[in-house]
Structure formats: structure tokens, C-alpha cells
Ligand binder design. Sequence first.
Ligand code: NAP
Length: 279
Amino acid sequence: MDVYGLIGNPVGHSLSPPMHEAGYEALGLDARYVTFEPHRDGAVAAVEGAAALGVSGLNVTIPFKRDVLDAVAVDPLAERIGAVNTIDFGPVFGDALDDGDDPRPRGYNTDAAGVVRAFARHDVALEGTDAVVVGAGGAGRAAAFALADAGATVHVANRTAERATGLAADVPGATGGGLDDLGARVAAADVLVNATSVGMDDPEATPVPAAHLHADLAVLDAVYSPIETRLLREAAAAGATTVDGAWMLLFQGVEAFEIWTGEDAPVDEMNEALRAGLK
Ligand code: NAP
């Protein structure tokens, strides 16, 4: 049996176990997905321990996404984003390593693929678009690199403006700033990603006032609890294409599943299990 899992602190309410196990069941794979809650200083020890125990793959969530960089061979995209959310132990325990291979487990960031594949699922083409990312934390970094790599011109807007300009400096062709001109930026944009936590704790809060939303916009809200945020409700009322945060969560998991198993993930079954848990 293959063992996969999630390290984070806390991980109690994670929906990754039912989502991944629905995928194993659909493909008839003999595998389990379990959660681990290491001590806050324990990320590297947890990865090394998992490797020693023969765990096949780990997802990584708050607060460990940066800490585990020290324990893995980092994929180039994850290196640019500065965070790892998926670790693949497979090659380390495969047959003989070639001389010169890095023997450490491989670290990836699948949040970026989550953004791109969530838009693709809704037939939103990103190439050549003007995109605004609100937020410059972990989700904002992943979204900004993902959109730029998909051919969008990215503007990052963040409450703490220096964080946005710092991120934009790392993303090809991107600009960054505070929230002052956010409305005008969104009014002129094709794509909007909310990568702040606004709308999560207070369902009546929204990062972008309704007046700036329009019918030519595609809006992804990374917030997935609630699934329908005020931003998405008002975007739909303005005629925009809306993509909820569960799609991003689904496709980061789908991408991890495919890295680990080498199989096309059963997206519909995983989506059903995830959404059943979010109700
Ligand atoms: P993070 O690293 O802590 O970043 C939080 C971001 O939100 C920062 O840009 C912060 O701005 C901004 N922010 C917080 N409160 C704000 C407020 N009242 N007004 C304006 N901006 C505010 O968090 P994260 O990991 O990026 O997560 C952000 C959100 O994305 C969360 O809701 C999380 O659940 C969601 N998420 C979803 C997925 C998914 O798969 N759907 C994946 C990852 C994250 P400052 O820099 O100014 O503090």
C-alpha cells in the first residue's frame, strides 16, 4: 500500500484526505492519504521521517511551505515562488539513482497549476490577457507566477504595497502597488484573482467593490470557505465569468496526484468528494 499525506499545523479540517482517497478508489489504487501535524519547528524532521518510513508523497500547508525548502530538491517553479506544497519521494526510492542525481525528495508548487487549470476548466484563456492579482502572500505569489507563465501581463495589488512591488520585481513583465488604484486596474483588466483572505472570516467583506466588476472579466477567488464569496456573487451579477476557490484547491490536488501516481487524475470524482466536504 502507498501512503500519502499532508503536513501542516493545524490540519484538522483538511479536505485533502477525502479528495485524494476518492481518486485512489476511482482508479483502484491501493493507497491511503493521512494528515500529520508536526511541531511548528518540525518541518524538516517531518520530511526526513516520512522519507525514512517510505511515505510516497506529502502535501505541505501552513506554516511549513517555506520551511521544507531546506529538505527537498526544489523544482524551478517552486524555487521562483519560494514555497513547496507537494513533495514526491518516489525517485529517491526508485531503482538505482544515476551518478550525480540529487538524492533528496523533489519539491513542487502545485498551487500555480491550480490557478491555471481552474481557469482552463472554465474555458478562460490567459495568453495575452491583463491580469490583476490582489494579495502578495503565498497564494498571491503562486497566482502571479502562474498567470505570467501562461502569457498574462500581471499587476499585483496588495494592502502592504512594498510586498506587491517586491513580488512584481520577481515576475516577468509584472507591476505592483497598493490598493489605491485597484478599482481602475480591475475595470481595465480581463482577469482578476483574489489571493487575499478577505471574504473568508467576514462573508460580507470583499476585496474589490462591485462598481469595478464587469462582464469581460474572469474572476477567481482563492477563498473557498465560503464557496460563494461576496466577490463572486457580485462578479456574477456583473456578468463576469466566476471561478470559485474550490476549483483551485481541487486542481492543486489533482496536479499533486498526477505527479505522485503518473496517472491522469479522476477529476470529477475528486471534485465531488471535495465539494461534499465543503458543504
Ligand atoms: P498569506 O500568505 O497570509 O497572505 C494573506 C494576504 O491577504 C496578504 O496579501 C495580505 O496583505 C492580505 N490581507 C489579509 N487581510 C487583508 C485585509 N483585511 N485587507 C486587504 N488585504 C488583506 O495567506 P495565503 O496563504 O496567501 O492565503 C490567502 C487566501 O487564499 C486564504 O483565504 C487562503 O485560504 C486562500 N488559499 C486558497 C488556496 C486554494 O487552493 N483555493 C490555496 C492557497 C490559499 P498584507 O500583505 O498587507 O498583510
